[in-house]
Design a protein around this ligand. Structure first.
Ligand code: HEM
Length: 324
């Protein structure tokens, strides 16, 4: 993970980030939008069918599916591999936790090895048969930047692997959390039904209220003063995003979920490492909520959400809904 984008400083970071190209500019989002809309429609229709027979798990059936279907389509990954990649990312993320246990680290090591092998094979395949997918495009870019082909392959490998790790759990969390919060605040849900143009604001309030990543790590490169605290050069600082988002000096009445708040947040980070996939994550969340609110079904929570044991990367493991 030390070679992944958020861990790099300029000039290395600048080179890697530029090599991604404009990741999700308007035109590539415009290409993905109809695909996301169709995927949302299919997932919600299947979910609704299940609901008619009794309680159903929104998280597993919808929130865990949409991000891998979307990123898989974008990267040109075979659908048969989606389940494997999703399971491996759940285990891999333990390496980025605050206090992982030895058994969690062992799971993470094993998942990292399998993911490395998977993406090595994918890159070999794209070398044999290049296309217009992002991995082929990055290979072409890196062949120009890096005369040593092995190093070019390694750079693309790190980008592709990180993209999967960055895209899946984070987006799944936002999808389930949006539904959980709106069902807990029915007056906000009704207001959004009447005013669907406010859905993007609601997604931002979800990101503030319960950010998928609660902790961002940094190492001070020089002695640095933060308020009254001096952080000596070389010392690690954990930025607690969840706490910052509930700071009453910044967000009045922070425990209130209030989509009209219109406040900025740190859920996608800040500065040069600002999330490169934020537009895609927003597209998925807005499309899903808009479609769900436009439907005639009236689901409710059939119990509290179940959570995986995490601190840094929030993860709902189940969100059971039933028909009202
Ligand atoms: C709601 C979903 C998401 C959240 C909350 C999120 C959050 C973040 C955060 C907090 C960072 C900064 C990390 C740091 O400063 O150390 C980041 C970076 C990044 N994210 Fe996301 N992310 C999400 C979805 C995605 C998606 C869908 C993709 C790709 C398709 C993606 C790709 C990236 C990349 C490439 C970086 C590294 C940027 C850099 O270091 O220059 N993210 N993300």
């Amino acid at each position: 993970m030390a070679a992944s984008l958020p861990m790099l400083n300029p000039p290395l970071h600048t080179r890697e980030r530029r090599s991604l190209g404009g990741l999700f500019p308007h035109n590539s989002l415009a290409v993905l939008r109809p695909f996301v809309e169709r995927a949302v429609d299919r997932l919600l229709t299947e979910f609704t069918d299940q609901l008619r027979h009794g309680p159903a798990d929104f998280h597993t059936l919808v929130s865990e599916e949409l991000p891998i279907i979307t990123i898989g389509e974008w990267m040109g990954i075979p659908a048969a591999d989606y389940g494997l990649l999703r399971d491996l990312t759940h285990d891999q993320v333990f390496a980025q936790e605050l206090f992982p246990t030895p058994s969690q680290l062992a799971l993470s090591d094993n998942a990292t090895r399998q993911l490395r092998d998977y993406f090595s094979e994918l890159i070999r395949a794209r070398r044999r048969t290049p296309g217009s997918d992002p991995i082929s495009v990055w290979l072409r870019t890196w062949d120009e930047l890096e005369p040593d082909r092995r190093r070019a392959d390694e750079a693309v490998h790190a980008l592709a692997l990180f993209m999967i790790l960055a895209a899946l759990e984070t987006t799944s969390h936002v999808l389930s959390t949006s539904v959980r919060l709106l069902l807990q605040y029915p007056e906000q849900l009704e207001s959004l039904r009447r005013n669907p143009e406010l859905v993007p604001d609601a997604v931002d309030e979800v990101l503030r209220y319960d950010a998928p990543i609660h902790m961002i790590s940094r190492v001070a490169s020089t002695d640095t003063r933060l308020g009254d605290t001096v952080v000596p050069a070389g010392q690690m600082v954990q930025l607690m995003v969840g706490a910052a988002h509930h700071d009453p000096e910044r967000y009045p009445d922070p425990e209130r979920f209030s989509p009209g708040r219109g406040a900025s947040h740190l859920a996608f980070g800040a500065g040069i490492h600002y999330c490169a996939g934020n537009a895609l994550a927003r597209l998925e969340a807005v499309t899903l909520l808009t479609s769900l609110l436009s439907r005639s079904i009236r689901p409710r929570l059939s119990g509290p959400a179940r959570w995986a044991p995490r601190v840094a990367f929030r993860r709902i493991s189940s969100l059971q809904l039933t028909l009202a």
